[in-house]
Design a protein around this ligand. Structure first.
Ligand code: PLP
Length: 450
């Protein structure tokens, strides 16, 4: 029995009071509130819902909780920090933990990306990165470099910068008159017709990176500030970079003095079997954006990793001048910093990034065993992340994905649905038996959805 049931307020989610007042993000509010799914506690690989049912977490919350739930080390660090000092500003002031965390992160990041700017979310990390690119070119005297290039189906959060470089049309169309000017998009790299059910990175498609040369010819390199891509698109349904694609983007951007930004809000901190996707696929960008698993999702926090050359160029002005007119009240928040330091220790002590790599083959076999079930048109995976794509039902795009997600939840497993793609991204502490359970339950849901 859950604590909520003991208190007499939770025996049915429908009796939950005042549900109307929370305008829920990225949710069909009316549909949700008619038949809610409420989580009330979490430990290890499991949530508990309001009715006391265990729910296997196959999505690490929302791609965040890579060390699993209820980690005592993180709670202890947070509670110690709140009692010692609840808040300290990072504007014209500092506190030791933020510096210690930046130092630790710089040891984890790819060589040469040794400077860290703290934010509170992935969206803020992205907007910070875009502004940094402009700041860098201006400091370098290249003031005409203001254009950005994103990619179709890219998700870069919900700030105006992020939705402008992002390529998910539903996130853009309501705001389409007010997006950043001077943004182009590379083609996405999803190619189900040629690559369906391929293992690991798709074998071809690197020509999609060549489109960048065409955009550069069209606009002039001297007008382009940066290219931003997710090394692996997460939110659009686990779209992997074709072999050689990221390397080619790096070569082209470098040749033209254009910055390359990798948005690693999902791929950062172990998801693809290395600390960062840039490490896994051996391509180092100029800027990396992160959030989510940086502190196991415990407290809002993000971080932008910046190359030494960008940092040093921006620092080149007079001593008493603020170099970058940008920052957040909670940048480097002491409690968030404490939670991140505790999280990084867990990752290191339990070798969770290596564990994700080690379990990759098992996970791959398990998810690919779903091939042949009704309506599956593609399965993609790397590290401990997979996307299973379904043909849309004749009742509309997203209906099948939602039905499978809802069935999984009602039968004790949390998966993620975007349109008709189901994503799995379990905490990196996952055991093989959990992988079997999540895949079996997903198979049941697929049969039930028909
Ligand atoms: N960038 C990427 C690649 C993401 O996947 C996300 C969120 O899923 C974001 C940015 C936005 O992060 P947040 O929701 O923390 O603002």
């Amino acid at each position: 029995m859950s604590e909520y049931q003991q208190n007499g307020i939770g025996d049915s989610a429908q009796t939950w009071p005042n549900m109307a007042h929370f305008w829920m993000p990225f949710t069909a509010n009316k549909q949700f509130k008619a038949n809610p799914r409420l989580l009330v506690s979490a430990q290890g690989m499991y949530y508990t819902d309001i009715d006391g049912n265990e729910v296997l977490d196959a999505t690490a919350g929302l791609w965040c909780c890579n060390a699993g739930h209820g980690r005592a080390e993180i709670s202890a660090a947070v509670s110690k920090q709140i009692s010692q000092m609840d808040y300290a500003p990072s504007f014209q002031m500092g506190h030791p933990l933020a510096f210690e965390l930046a130092h630790k992160l710089s040891q984890l990041s790819p060589d040469g990306l040794d400077h860290v700017f703290f934010t509170n979310s992935g969206s803020e990390s992205v907007d910070t990165a875009l502004k940094m690119a402009l700041c860098y070119h201006r400091a370098n005297g290249q003031t005409s470099r203001t254009r950005f290039i994103g990619r179709e189906l890219g998700y870069h959060g919900v700030g105006f910068g992020g939705i402008s470089v992002g390529g998910i049309s539903n996130n853009r169309k309501t705001f389409s008159q007010q997006l950043l000017p001077g943004v182009d998009h590379l083609p996405h790299t999803l190619d189900i017709a040629n690559n369906a059910f391929s293992y690991g990175l798709p074998p071809y498609g690197v020509d999609k990176a060549e489109v960048l040369e065409q955009l550069i010819t069209l606009h002039g390199a001297e007008n382009i500030a940066a290219v931003i891509v997710e090394p692996m698109s997460g939110s659009a349904g686990v779209i992997l970079p074709p072999q050689g694609y990221l390397k080619r983007l790096r070569e082209i951007t470098q040749k033209h003095g254009i910055l390359l930004i990798f948005d690693e809000v999902i791929t950062g901190f172990g998801r693809v079997g290395a600390a960062f996707a840039s490490e896994r696929w051996q391509v180092t960008p100029d800027i990396i954006t992160t959030a989510k698993a940086i502190n196991n999702g415990t407290i809002p926090m993000g971080a932008v990793f910046v190359s030494n050359s960008i940092h040093d160029t921006c620092m080149n002005g007079p001593q008493a001048l603020i170099e970058f007119f940008h920052g957040y009240t909670y940048s480097g928040h002491p409690v968030a910093a404490a939670s991140a330091l505790a999280t990084l220790s867990i990752y290191e002590n339990e070798q969770l990034f290596e564990r994700a790599k080690h379990l990759e083959d098992y996970f791959q076999q398990a998810v690919h065993s779903l091939k042949g079930l009704p309506n599956i048109i593609d399965i993609r995976n790397t590290g401990l992340v997979a996307g299973i794509q379904f043909a849309p039902s004749d009742k509309g795009v997203g209906k099948r994905g939602y039905d499978i997600f809802d069935h999984c939840f009602r039968h004790g497993t949390l998966v993620r649905a975007t349109a008709d793609i189901i994503a799995l991204s379990p905490p990196l502490i996952v055991e093989k038996s959990h992988i079997d359970d999540m895949v079996n339950r997903l198979a049941d849901a697929i049969h039930a959805a028909g």
